[in-house]
Design a protein around this ligand. Sequence first.
Ligand code: SF4
Length: 328
Amino acid sequence: MAAKIGIPRGMYYYKHFPFTKTFLTEIGAEIVPSPETTKEILDKGVQYCIDDACLPVKVYHGHAHYLRDKADFLLIPRLTSISKGEYICPKFGGLPEMVKYSVPQLPRILDVEVNMLRSRWGLDKALYRLAYGLGIKNPFRIRQAAGKALSAHRSFKGRVLEGHSPNDVIDGKPPKYINGRDTVGLVAHPYLLYDSYINMNLLNKLTERGIRYVTTEMVDPHIIEQRCMELPKRMFWSSGKELIGSALYLMDNSRIDGVLFLTAFSCGIDSLVGEFIEKYARRDYRKPFMVLNIDEHTGDAGFNTRIEAFKDLLNGRCKDATDLSSHG
Ligand code: SF4
């Protein structure tokens, strides 16, 4: 019988799920993803996770708790590095232990380390270890599964770069076309942007107000890389680099009317990166810029007020822009 592997819907689920799903299915495992975040999942996450953790890590604990009696194994990879010469964030490295020692009665955790700090072979090593741990020892089968997983990932990433939501691509839903006068850049980690429960349906709130958006995930990684080369120092945190590179690109883009930075309270990387982006926004770009900070206590009413205020800033900019001469 195929082993059932639980995949918590959190953290890099929104980046890597098609890859993981294809690889595991190809080596004969059955996948059990947790559902979209609900109040109960968030509450369990808050109950079992340490207080100081960021919101996405708490939510992840809730998803692991949801899956505790629904799978034979839980896949919580130890993501040390996913790009050569860069780390992600220490929370990704410690996630298997945090979950293992906080949430009771979990099935066995598959915690293979993915470490591509020195080379991309770090991923191959992790895939072999994962397959061996599940009793699959045929190297040809593992290599073939890895190849298919990579193709699935490329096709997924291609659709996201075209402007589709990762959730729609994963769930096979048709793309949504949004009409609106303004287009904003949405800078954030994918697990904040695409978890509509924790971000209080931010994407829908924007579209209901006639605001289109381009997210960090929709910016080509080559552009992000290029923009980060302009920085005085090399960024060695992959997740912070994505935020800074996409923010600089979006602020510079004439089709973007303003930039929203969605950030998790108590995220060390965001506090640093946010300061940096804000400094650039105020100094070099004359576009509306706003930081939206969320945690498990953020209320809908206050959040709506912030979005309305941002919309007013956009409207003000459009009005003022008509007073400018066509050549600036
Ligand atoms: S980058 Fe920030 S939000 Fe993401 S896991 Fe690390 S601390 Fe949490």
